[in-house]
Design a protein around this ligand. Structure first.
Ligand code: G6Q
Length: 549
């Protein structure tokens, strides 16, 4: 047994789980009329209602005991204090410094990082304002109308998700595009629509060694040079965001047009840094700083609120309760907000790359579940697709529902219809429908006897599916910043209790190594025999298919 599963806090929860496992939430609601007040809290413009969870006050206090036993408050201090908590890479995890709007001193190895953070923010401001005002001229002296961010993973998902979410704040004069996939289809289809004279490329790569990003950047550069641009004007059309200035310079990007990020910024936590340049360009620097302000307010809440009133802590504990004790394997993230349509994909990386780990930070194998499989789609689309399985599929699938009270698009009854569906779904998932209720309904519809009995099991809803309801006043930059920070910290809470390193990602390396070997093999005519028969078979089949064409 591991240190964690042997701990008194864990054992107490295991015993408690036995009593809770059979409890129906609809009974808890009947017994506790003030359950909403008891199990909800508001931080700024975010309300979290966690009353539709399979918990009692006892569950909450046992989960909080586990957090204390895992020294969570100390871990929070270690993170915000700039300690090198990413031990396998010897790095701090200081995304909170990127949005440290109070400018409180934050040091790594005794050196305050804030002057460098603020200097890059000033450069981002000057640059984004020049481009947005039209003062930044392309080689034909016209304004920039299109930005193409070339980057992948952490250098793509966050900025793209935020640009989509903040579309209502965008400018009609500037479109932002994202190219991440090495599949040539994406860059080809993006460039097809663009004019090199009015296009600005941002090559976003912390390492500036990522295969996909460099391939797309080279293709973009060739397209630019072959369609009117020249080497002298490259500097007006290509900028870089990187920790590797030399590699960016070797690619041909003017060091004056390179925005720095630091090794203590993890890719998936980097949208607050110069990686967020596409956001500043899309919505303006002032809105970008509002995003940082929102995240900072959640950081301050996380750092200072007592554990029992701490939103990221409570959300982290609830997720851990289902994953580690009920055996739930997934988390559905269901934004009832079309502009948040990339939020589940962003969270997939944030959660699964951070906590999809099988050993503790000391290298011990874990004997408990870690990161859930995160998935989801915006509501109400999911209701007409996979919600069937949430209601009657027989699997425990905790879900986060997210919506804004106020819409940017107050058209007719749309927003009330959207919210009505959100609330109806969480109610249905919690309550279910009992045999007695189904029977009464069918009888009222005139059915009886065998016909009724045959239909009845199909119309039963077991309910008891846990949901968190996250209600935002309005999806503005500040609230979005706070929402993202909420999930970042939630994931941190879980990682620290699971005793894992949430900030490395060694699991992505093996595939990269093998791909380098296979790429060379695909480019030779000879059949390959150095792999297993499946991999050999696939490589050789490609060669044969191409020969035959
Ligand atoms: C994120 C990961 C990973 C990374 C990409 C891109 O936390 O480290 O998704 O962001 O592999 O890396 P570069 O920015 O170095 O190109």
């Amino acid at each position: 047994m591991s240190v964690l599963t042997q701990s008194p806090g864990w054992q107490a929860l295991q015993a408690h789980h036995k009593t809770i496992a059979r409890v129906q939430m609809r009974d808890l609601f009947a017994q506790e009329p003030n359950r909403f007040e008891r199990f909800s809290l508001q931080v700024g413009d975010i309300l979290l209602d966690y009353s539709k969870n399979r918990i009692t006050t006892k569950t909450r206090s046992l989960l909080l005991d586990l957090a204390r036993e895992a020294d969570l408050p100390d871990w929070i201090e270690h993170m915000v204090g700039g300690e090198r908590i990413n031990t396998t890479e010897g790095r701090a995890a200081l995304h909170i410094a990127l949005r440290n709007r109070s400018n409180r001193l934050i040091a790594v190895d005794g050196q305050d990082v804030m002057p460098a953070v603020n200097a890059v923010l000033s450069r981002m401001q000057a640059f984004s304002e020049t481009v947005r005002s039209g003062a930044w001229a392309g080689y034909a002296q016209g304004r920039i109308t299109d930005i193409v961010n070339i980057g992948i993973g952490g250098s793509h998902l966050g900025p793209e998700m935020v640009c989509e979410a903040l579309k209502p704040y965008g400018s009609a004069e500037l479109s932002v595009h994202f190219v991440s996939n090495v599949d040539g289809a994406q860059i080809a289809q993006t460039l097809q629509r663009l004019n090199p004279a009015s296009t600005l490329f941002i090559i976003t790569s912390k390492t500036f060694t990522t295969q996909e990003t460099l391939a797309n950047a080279r293709t973009a550069r060739s397209w630019f040079l072959e369609n009117g641009g020249d080497m002298a004007s490259l500097a007006q059309h290509f900028v870089a965001v990187t920790n590797n200035k030399d590699a960016a310079a070797a690619f041909g990007i003017d060091p004056q047009r390179t925005f720095e990020i630091w090794d203590w910024v993890g890719g998936r936590y980097s949208l607050w840094s110069a990686v967020g340049l596409p956001i500043a360009l899309a919505v303006g620097f002032e809105r970008f700083t509002e995003l940082l302000d929102g995240a900072h307010s959640m950081d301050e809440h996380f750092r200072t609120a007592p554990l029992h009133e701490n939103m990221p802590v409570l959300m982290g504990l609830l997720g851990l309760w289902y994953g580690s004790f009920f055996g739930a394997e997934t988390l559905a993230v269901l934004p009832y907000d079309q502009t948040l349509h990339r939020f589940p994909a962003f969270l997939q990386q944030l959660d699964m790359e951070s906590n999809g780990k099988r050993v503790t930070r000391d290298g011990e194998a874990v004997d408990y579940a870690t990161a859930p499989v995160v998935w989801g789609e915006p509501g109400t689309n999911g209701q007409h697709a996979f919600f069937q399985a949430l209601h009657q599929g027989g699997k425990l699938i905790p879900a986060d529902f997210i919506a804004a009270a106020e819409s940017h698009y107050p058209i007719d009854r749309h927003h009330d219809m959207l919210l009505a569906n959100f609330f109806a779904q969480t109610e249905a998932l919690m309550r279910g429908k009992t045999a007695a209720e189904v029977r009464a309904e069918l009888q009222a519809g005139g059915l009886s006897g065998d016909a009724l009995e045959r239909l009845l099991p199909h119309k039963l809803f077991p309910g008891n599916q846990p949901t968190n309801s996250i209600l935002l006043r309005k999806l503005d930059p500040g609230t979005l910043g706070a929402l993202i920070a909420l999930y970042e910290h939630k994931i941190f809470v879980q990682g620290m209790i699971w005793r894992i390193n949430s900030f490395d990602q060694w699991g992505v390396e093996l595939g990269k190594q093998l791909a380098t070997v296979i790429l060379a093999e695909l480019e030779t005519p000879d059949p390959v025999s150095s792999h297993d028969s499946s991999t050999n078979g696939l490589i050789n089949a490609v060669k044969e298919m191409r020969d035959g064409s």
